[in-house]
Design a protein around this ligand. Sequence first.
Ligand code: ATP
Ligand code: MG
Length: 206
Amino acid sequence: MKTIAIISQKGGTGKTTIAVHLAVAAEQQGKSTVIVDLDPQASATSWKDLRRADTPAVVSAQAARLPQVLKTAEAHGADLAILDTAPHSETTALAAARQADLILIPCRPAILDLKAISLTVDLVKLAGKQAYVVFNAVPPRGSLVEEAIAAIQTYGVPVLPATLAHRSVFMHALTGGLVAQEFEPKGKAAVEILQVYRYTCKHVRL
Ligand SMILES: Nc1ncnc2c1ncn2[C@@H]1O[C@H](COP(=O)(O)OP(=O)(O)OP(=O)(O)O)[C@@H](O)[C@H]1O
Ligand SMILES: [Mg+2]
């Protein structure tokens, strides 16, 4: 089983959005996937409550229980665990980072988000794990991503070559317990998610 932790200390960067979209992408590719929801706000768990499909599994857990929860998931045959973490909790972020084969750091390409990323980068470096920044909610037009990539270079963390644009379908799909690639299978969001999924698989050798 491979474990991907989605971490950013800043709120609202897209952790839960990316966690549920990647989990469904993995299931669509035949990988048995569990989302471990480490956020007391329980957004991923609430999404699952709205969802009709049985997969992916979503387990709400506390950081202290994470190693045990992952062992159980593996024993039940999971191929992939995706850890959705809470903002503003160094304990949770570090616990998730320690268990991860790969860390994704969602970041909006905006100056305040770029400045706030240093705390997350420090945590990730402390855990000594492979990590990539994923730019999320990128405006469809403009050169923000190029500027953001240049700004991120000072932190020494690579940027995933796939980004997610700002699209209302990423938000709307979740309200019905779906994800964008289910809501609009031929849409641009579906293509973007598949690209993020493929790069992620490559880095964890899934
Ligand atoms: N690519 C996107 N396009 C449009 N809206 C987005 C996108 N990504 C996220 N959002 C919206 O931004 C808000 C925050 O996203 P999300 O809940 O995934 O962030 P988070 O990092 O999990 O937040 P928190 O830190 O509170 O857990 C949500 O309303 C979500 O629907
Ligand atoms: Mg969240």
